[in-house]
Design a protein around this ligand. Structure first.
Ligand SMILES: [Zn+2]
Length: 337
């Protein structure tokens, strides 16, 4: 990270280091050239993607939570400790989403390395959402801030500032990436609002299996009328199912939404009995496509969800479809599958 002063006398001992370092004074790409990239760990894939949009190819990013697993109950294998010991920083969501991963990190991070909670730093505790799936009595707030682009942008801002502090030589690069990301998120936000405006207000209702849209709903003027998944990630009781069927009928929602990560026969049953469309493809932390593809990004994920919601509820998602989601910097992060 620090500029090295090249010495005239290069000893055999230093030769290997100099060959890889190769950096002269004010070369802006010193850390890339030196092979001394920051070692960054991340947890869920959307966070990995957001951090990659800022860090680009000047930091080394390794995701920890495999895509398609239940991130709420995920426990890292003991072998992840070795990765932890090499990290300069671990970015997690926080709001109690990744407690076992955080614990393992705290036991294994090297001196000076830290856990940074992007979500926890983005919102005051007084604005935490608690609900059916994340009841206050359980002590874990709804952690899904990143499905709301305004919070995702805060994550990016915190990552920019933190990366810049740890790697000042690349601060300009991180800032330039953030600026591009902000502009693109802005455009995305406009496309979302234009598409949602095609839905009458009373149709902007979400009944989901996995309750990942609490903050989004507040920002974009939607109602989360219910969530089916109970806080221990088991299926709801028959009484709860019956109550939900009544609620779906009463709310007159045209569609209810399942999650691709949590296939739910119960939600299917509710859809059938309440005679509404059952859409089971929403995702909150499993990115679409494959690593390396544009849609395999935080923005690709949210774009997919918001097109799906708009269309399933009878709206016109043309504005969203005219927008092309993707990354603003090369995404070289490792996404465990
Ligand atoms: Zn989730």
């Amino acid at each position: 990270m620090r500029h090295r002063i090249r010495r005239a006398l290069v000893t055999v001992l230093l030769l290997g280091l100099t060959l890889t370092a190769g950096a002269c004074g004010d070369d802006e790409q010193s850390s890339e050239a030196s092979g001394e990239k920051l070692e960054v760990g991340t947890t869920v894939a959307p966070i990995t993607s957001i951090v990659a949009n800022i860090g680009g190819d000047r930091v080394k990013i390794t995701g920890i939570v495999p895509e398609g697993t239940n991130s709420h109950t995920f426990e890292p294998k003991p072998s992840v400790a070795e990765l932890m010991s090499k990290l300069d920083v671990l970015y997690v969501n926080g709001l109690k989403l990744e407690e076992p991963t955080k614990e393992l990190a705290q036991e294994n991070l090297k001196e000076g390395a830290e856990v940074v909670e992007l979500g926890t730093k983005s919102i005051p505790e007084s604005e935490y959402a608690y609900d059916f799936s994340f009841p206050k009595s359980g002590g874990k707030p709804n952690p899904h801030l990143w499905t709301d682009p305004t919070y995702a942008l805060k994550y990016a801002e915190i990552a920019r500032d933190d990366l810049s502090e740890r790697d000042p030589d690349n601060a300009d690069y991180f800032k330039a990436n953030y600026d591009k990301f902000e502009a693109k998120v802005d455009e995305f936000d406009k496309a979302m609002r234009a598409s949602f405006a095609t839905l009458p207000r009373e149709k902007r209702k979400l009944l989901t299996y996995h309750d990942a849209y609490a903050y989004f709903a507040k920002t974009y003027d939607w109602d989360v009328v219910g969530a089916i998944q109970v806080s221990d990630f088991e299926d709801p009781t028959p009484q709860e199912v019956a109550a939900l069927i009544d609620q779906v009928r009463k709310e007159k929602v045209p569609a209810i939404f399942g999650s691709e990560v949590f296939p739910s026969p119960v939600l299917k049953q509710i859809g059938k009995e309440a005679e509404v469309k059952y859409v089971d493809v929403l995702r909150d932390d499993d990115l679409p496509g494959k690593p390396g593809e544009a849609e395999h990004s935080w923005m690709g994920l949210m774009h997919f969800d918001y097109v799906t919601m708009t269309e399933s509820l009878g709206g016109d998602a043309a504005a969203l479809k005219a927008f092309e989601p993707g990354n603003v910097a090369p995404d070289k992060a490792k996404y465990p599958q």
